[in-house]
Design a protein. Structure first.
Length: 449
C-alpha cells in the first residue's frame, strides 16, 4: 500500500514540476543561484515519504534482525516456523526451554535445551526433536556429564563421560549409551582400563577391577572380558594374593599364590583343603604307628609354580616362614589339582627334609624315603595311601640302623621279613610276620617277639 502511495505521489510531483516556473516569485534565492519552489516542495514531500516508509517497513525489519522470535512449545507458531533462531517457552508461556533452530516445526539444527530453572540440559545438534550429532549433556547443576556424539538421544560414536564433580571417567567409543570399541576408563584420574569395550564391558587390553568398597582386586590383562595374560589379583584388604599368568579368567601357567590368612584361602576357592592330612612323626612308637597314616601337611603361605585352570598343576614349590620371618620350603615337586602328585620333597617346620619320593592325591604313594626331624632315615620303600605298604626297610630313629626289611601292610610288618637288633645289627628273626608278630621260631635267632 505504501509503495503505491509513494509511486503516485512521485508521479504527481514529477508532473507538477515538469513545467518550468516563469515568475521570479516561483524561485527562492540561494547564494548566487535560484531554486524553484516546486523542486523544494518535491524534495520535502519525498523526504517525508521516505521517512514514513522507513518507520513503517525498514525499521521493523531492522528490529527483527536483533529480536529473536518466540513461540510456545508445540504451538501453531512453532509448527509453522522454519529458521535459524527461535525461543520456545513452556506451555505456561514463562520459562525458555529451547533456544535455537527449527525446521518445519521440529527442533532440528543447533540449539540449547534448558531445564525449568534455566540450567542448560543440552547444547548441540538436534534432528527431529532428538539429540543427533555433536553435543554436550549436563547434570542438573550445570556440570558437564557427556561431551561427544549422539544418535536418537543416546551416546553414539566418540565421546567423553564425566562424573558429577567433572572428573573424566571414560573417553572413547560409544554405542547406544554403552562403552563400545576402543576406549579408556578412568578412576580417580588414573587409568582403570585401556583397550576394547563391548556393550559397556571392558573386553581386551590392560585394565583394573575394584570391589564394591572401592578396593583394587585385579590389575592386568583382559581378553574378551576375562582375565588373560599377566596380572595381579588382590584380596579385600588390598594385599596381593596372586601374581602371574591367567587364562580364561583362571590362574594358568606360571604364577605365585599368597595364602596370608583364612580369608585369603577362601579367595582361592578352598583349593588347598585337600592337603589337610596329618604329618607323620618319625619318633612315634610302633603302636602309635599302627593308628597313624603318613599324610602330609596342608600347603600354606606361598606357592610358586605352574597352574592349570586355577589349580596347582605341574612343578611348584610351597613356602612357609619360620619364627624369624625367613622364607623356607614346605614342599617342592609335582602337583595335580592342587595336591601333591608325582615326585616331590616334603619338609618340616625347621626346613628339614622329612620325605623324598612319590605322591598321589596328597599322600605318599609309590616309592619314597621318610626321615625324622633329626634328618635320620626311618623308612625306605613302598607306600600306599600314605602308609608303609609293599616292600620296604625300616630304620631306627636314633642311630639310623636297619631294624626291619621285608613286606608291609598298613604300616605293619606283614609277610616275609627280617628283624634286626638296632644296637648290634644282628638278625633277630627271619620269616613270616603277621601284624608285627612272628611265630616261626625255627628261624628265630634267640629272641621271640
Amino acid at each position: 500500500m505504501l509503495k503505491k502511495i509513494l509511486e503516485k505521489t512521485i508521479k504527481t510531483m514529477t508532473k507538477a514540476i515538469s513545467k518550468k516556473p516563469l515568475a521570479l516569485n516561483d524561485y527562492v534565492p540561494f547564494k548566487k543561484h535560484y531554486i524553484a519552489k516546486k523542486i523544494i516542495s518535491f524534495a520535502i514531500v519525498l523526504l517525508v515519504a521516505l521517512i514514513t516508509v522507513s518507520i513503517r517497513v525498514v525499521y521493523p525489519k531492522v528490529i527483527n534482525l536483533f529480536k529473536e522470535p518466540v513461540a510456545v512449545i508445540n504451538s501453531k507458531e512453532m509448527s509453522d516456523f522454519t529458521g535459524e533462531k527461535i525461543r520456545l517457552l513452556d506451555k505456561k508461556g514463562g520459562s525458555v526451554i529451547y533456544d535455537g533452530e527449527i525446521k518445519d516445526g521440529t527442533i532440528t539444527g543447533k540449539g540449547i535445551l534448558y531445564a525449568p530453572n534455566g540450567i542448560k540440559m543440552y547444547e548441540g545438534e538436534f534432528s527431529s526433536n532428538e539429540y543427533n550429532g555433536a553435543g554436550v549433556l549436563y547434570y542438573s547443576d550445570g556440570t558437564v556429564k557427556y561431551k561427544g556424539d549422539f544418535k536418537d538421544n543416546l551416546y553414539e560414536g566418540q565421546g567423553q563421560e564425566f562424573d558429577a564433580v567433572n572428573n573424566l571417567i571414560y573417553e572413547g567409543g560409544f554405542s547406544k549409551d554403552k562403552y563400545n570399541g576402543e576406549g579408556t576408563l578412568y578412576r580417580n584420574k588414573e587409568i582403570l582400563g585401556k583397550g576394547t569395550f563391548k556393550e559397556g564391558k571392558f573386553m581386551t587390553g590392560i585394565g583394573k577391577t575394584y570391589n564394591n568398597d572401592g578396593v583394587l582386586i585385579y590389575d592386568g590383562n583382559f581378553k574378551d572380558g576375562l582375565k588373560e595374560g599377566e596380572g595381579k589379583e588382590y584380596d579385600k584388604k588390598g594385599m596381593v594374593i596372586y601374581e602371574g599368568n591367567f587364562s580364561n579368567d583362571k590362574y594358568d601357567g606360571l604364577g605365585t599364590f599368597y595364602s596370608r590368612n583364612e580369608e585369603n584361602s577362601e579367595d582361592k576357592k578352598e583349593t588347598d583343603e585337600s592337603n589337610t592330612d596329618v604329618q607323620v612323626d618319625a619318633n612315634l612308637t610302633e603302636q602309635e604307628l599302627e593308628d597313624k597314616s603318613f599324610d602330609i601337611a596342608k600347603p600354606k603361605d606361598i606357592y610358586e609354580g605352574e597352574f592349570v585352570k586355577g589349580e596347582y598343576s605341574g612343578n611348584g614349590i610351597i613356602y612357609d616362614f619360620n619364627k624369624d620371618g625367613e622364607k623356607q620350603k614346605v614342599y617342592e615337586g609335582m602337583f595335580k589339582d592342587s595336591q601333591y602328585s608325582g615326585k616331590g620333597r616334603l619338609y618340616d617346620d625347621n626346613a628339614n627334609l622329612i620325605y623324598n619320593g612319590e605322591f598321589q592325591l596328597g599322600k605318599y604313594e609309590g616309592t619314597g624315603l621318610l626321615y625324622n626331624s633329626n634328618n635320620i632315615k626311618i623308612y625306605k620303600g613302598e607306600f600306599i595311601n600314605g602308609l608303609y605298604d609293599g616292600k620296604g626297610q625300616e630304620f631306627d630313629g636314633t642311630n639310623g640302623a636297619l631294624i626291619y626289611e621285608g613286606e608291609f601292610t598298613s604300616n605293619k610288618h606283614n609277610g616275609n621279613g627280617k628283624l634286626y637288633d638296632a644296637a648290634t645289627g644282628k638278625l633277630i628273626f627271619e620269616g613270616i610276620f603277621v601284624n608285627n608278630n612272628y611265630t616261626n621260631e625255627s628261624k628265630s635267632k634267640g629272641v621271640k617277639k
